[in-house]
Design a protein around this ligand. Structure first.
Ligand SMILES: Nc1nc2c(ncn2[C@@H]2O[C@H](COP(=O)(O)OP(=O)(O)O)[C@@H](O)[C@H]2O)c(=O)[nH]1
Ligand SMILES: [Mg+2]
Length: 243
């Protein structure tokens, strides 16, 4: 049965020449030994890198039959995910950050949440009681405050860790929610979850083990402003539609 289920695992990559090869080797070896689904593809999406990320991606594509790669000129994680997911023919699409901050052990549960448990979206969470997280105090605090804000502003009881770079979704969400998501960068994930939840899709949050990469490349102040603008725009849109 598992042979018929197609799964796409997308790795958005922006200037990741330092870690990409090592991490894709590690991911492929993990999947070979620990993943019950054999019809999967790992898709590296280089978005706007100015280093050797794409050349390394091509090398990995040659090395592994399960790996394909693609170059986009535009930056932005949301942009990369939306493009690849909309074109995907898989039953389940997912993504994980190139730094493999999320422990790979969680991949089977992420995918099974959709295929076996029947959820529409599965989300890795660093904020559940059994999550194990190594993060700077600043990032931990910002993430905690951000998720409380989102819950209160949009009236959700259950939202947990909207921004985690580890998610999977089914075809229904791709067809019905993804085209409506406007943000192309970091607010993309939050927007996807809010629109999905407002439209009655079932979301499961699973605890993960997370280790921050030593030096984030996220520009924290820029991201905060982007999130505030994203929240404002989405709230206005939802109010005008009275969803
Ligand atoms: N900084 C940055 N990362 C991007 C972009 N597009 C895709 N990414 C990827 O997004 C993922 C998360 O980035 P990362 O720096 O690990 O974020 P952090 O874990 O929140 O500190 C990585 O796989 C990046 O390669 C982009 O435009 N800027
Ligand atoms: Mg990271």
């Amino acid at each position: 049965m598992n042979e018929n289920i197609k799964i796409d695992i997308v790795i958005p990559a922006y200037n990741e020449e330092q870690i990409l090869e090592k991490n894709v080797d590690k991911l492929i070896s993990f999947l070979k030994d620990n993943f019950g689904y054999k019809n999967y593809k790992v898709i590296i999406v280089d978005n706007g890198s100015t280093d050797n990320t794409f050349a390394i991606s091509q090398k990995l594509e040659k090395r592994y039959s399960k790996v394909t790669c693609l170059h986009l000129n535009q930056k932005g994680r949301g942009n990369a995910l939306k493009k690849v997911w909309l074109e995907s023919e898989a039953d389940v699409v997912s993504y994980m950050d190139a730094d493999l901050s999320t422990d790979l052990e969680a991949i089977p549960e992420l995918v099974n949440s959709i295929i076996i448990d029947g959820y529409d979206i599965a989300v890795g969470s660093r904020l559940l009681p059994t999550s194990r997280v190594k993060r700077s105090l600043l990032r931990k605090s910002l993430s905690y405050i951000y998720n409380i804000l989102i819950k209160n502003i949009f009236g959700f009881k259950e939202l947990s860790d909207a921004q985690c770079g580890f998610k999977a979704l089914n075809k229904k969400v791709i067809k019905n929610v993804l085209p409506e998501v406007k943000n192309q960068n970091w607010f993309f994930d939050t927007e996807l979850l809010i629109l999905a939840q407002k439209n009655g899709f079932k979301i499961k949050y699973i605890p993960i083990n997370w280790k921050d990469r030593p030096k984030t490349r996220v520009k924290i102040m820029d991201t905060i402003f982007e999130d505030i603008a994203g929240i404002w725009n989405l709230k206005r849109l939802l109010n005008s539609q009275k969803i």
